[in-house]
Design a protein around this ligand. Structure first.
Ligand code: HEM
Length: 453
């Protein structure tokens, strides 16, 4: 018997109390997901959760999670969440597993290397500074919508720098929210019925897909015809060739990667910016320090994207925001075969769940976990346990390829905001995170007041 199959314990992991007949923990997961995930920690490193007729396994231990995502990743491929979004993202890097994923990842990674991300920095800077300058003074702003539009424009222009890319921004702005909504609905629908029934919004979804696909195809055709290299992501994707076959991506694969990148990038970055502004509004002293850091760079007229390394506090604020509010806070894998985890036997097909939100708020891993404290990441204060348990970008073979891109965009935007505006909360009431597919600030509105210098 292979070690993968050899059970060390005969008992099953504890089932979290409170499961109801038929629906199990469905209501708690739907209505109080974040509280449920955090409360689950006390029942052990691996616990059972009942979702309707299905038993899933929830990991509450960062070492076990490391095993699933890194050491034994081949035995735990992506879960149903991901398969369900294939209708939107096709066979792009965010939905595939195994050999096809490995091949695509190799082709996509060079587009996100350090030098390339620096190059996209100018686009980020230009778009963010233009947009932020038009914010209305003293009028509550819906920051999440604002940042979604900003990140959508940045993502689209970094993908397509050509003139056609300019008009593509409008199409992507219209289509992406519709596709993102579908991704949320499909991934959160445990029954799979949504894919079969004529759901409301189906027409809008088909229209958005058709419009987006034809725009992407038009741009790909234009790039192939012109053959001129541009400093953008699409050029990088088109230049990538498989080292075994020597072939590049065909149009369909390019389309799937473009949509994958748009889906993976815009919302996650926009949410990070929203939560960072929210916390800065509640921490005037930290905001003042951030402004000082931004001022010193802006006074020297230094390029922000070129000098991100000097923005220590801006980086720590971004890092701390991603600890408290990891946008992709709840993910899954599936056991590819009968296997063993944490000493328990998991049957083939078992759904394995994990939550960065819960892990990042575990008091045994992070001191005062609910406190927004960017300085916890100062050199010397971070220890081995916190570094190992901090994983907002995932781990292992599916670790986010856009981490550098996301940091560059978030830090550039935060520095530009800090240079121009004071952020003020509209209300003293804490903003609740809505646990949808991502972690959304419920009704976050803030005012901005032009800084006097
Ligand atoms: C703060 C922002 C972001 C966060 C928190 C984030 C988080 C993540 C996480 C947790 C994963 C792993 C999913 C898994 O394990 O299955 C992932 C994968 C991915 N992310 Fe990000 N992401 C962010 C921004 C971006 C950006 C800006 C891009 C591109 C421009 C991007 C592109 C991708 C891609 C392509 C993958 C799939 C990688 C693979 O499966 O090999 N992400 N991201």
């Amino acid at each position: 018997m292979s070690p993968a199959l050899r059970p060390r314990r005969t008992t099953a992991p504890t089932t979290i109390p409170g499961a109801l007949p038929l629906i199990g923990h469905g209501i708690a997961l739907a209505r109080r997901r974040l509280q449920f995930l955090q409360a689950a920690r006390k029942y052990g490193p691996l616990v059972r959760v009942r979702i309707g007729p299905t038993t899933a396994y929830l990991i509450n231990d960062h070492k076990l999670l490391h095993q699933v995502l890194v050491t034994d990743a081949a035995r735990f491929p992506r879960g149903i969440h991901f398969r369900k979004i294939q209708a939107v993202a096709g066979n792009g890097i965010i939905t595939t597993c195994g050999a096809p994923h490995r091949r695509q990842r190799k082709l996509v990674l060079p587009a996100f290397n350090h030098t390339r991300v620096k190059m996209y920095g100018d686009v980020m800077h230009e778009i963010a500074s233009r947009r932020i300058a038009t914010w209305p003074q003293d009028t509550p702003i819906d920051l999440k919508s604002e940042f979604i539009q900003l990140a959508t424009t940045v993502g689209t222009r970094c993908l397509f720098s050509s003139e056609l890319g300019e008009s593509a921004v409008r199409v992507v702005e219209r289509a992406l929210p519709v596709l993102t909504r579908q991704v949320h609905l499909r991934a959160m629908d445990p029954t799979g019925l949504l894919e079969m029934l004529p759901a409301p919004g189906r027409h809008r979804f088909n229209k958005a897909m058709t419009e987006l696909n034809s725009t992407i195809q038009q741009i790909i055709t234009d790039y192939r015809k012109n053959g001129k290299e541009k400093a953008d992501l699409l050029t990088m994707l088109m230049a990538a060739t498989d080292e075994d076959t020597g072939h590049g991506m065909d149009d369909q694969q390019l389309r799937d990667e473009v949509v994958s990148i748009l889906l993976a990038s815009a919302e996650t970055t926009a949410l990070t910016l929203s939560w960072a502004c929210y916390e800065l509004g509640r921490a005037p002293e930290t905001q003042r320090r951030l402004q000082k850091e931004a001022d010193s760079m802006l006074a020297d007229r230094a390029s922000i994207p070129e000098n991100l390394d000097q923005l220590d506090l801006t980086r720590r604020i971004t890092k701390e925001t991603l600890r408290l509010y990891p946008p992709t806070y709840f993910l899954s894998r599936t056991a590819a075969q009968d296997t063993e985890l944490g000493g328990y036997r998991l049957p083939e097909g078992s759904i394995v769940l994990y939550s960065f939100y819960s892990q990042h708020r575990d008091p045994s891993l992070f001191r005062h976990p609910a406190r927004f404290d960017p300085d916890r990441w100062l050199p010397g204060r971070e220890d081995d346990v916190t570094s190992a348990a901090y994983m907002p970008f995932g781990e292992g073979i599916h670790r986010c390829v856009g981490e550098g891109f996301a940091y560059a965009e978030t830090m550039t935007t935060l520095a530009l905001i800090a240079g121009l505006w004071d952020l003020q909360p509209v209300s003293d009431q804490p903003v609740r995170p809505i646990a949808d597919l991502t972690l959304v600030p419920d009704g976050l509105r803030m005012t901005v007041c032009r800084r006097k210098r």
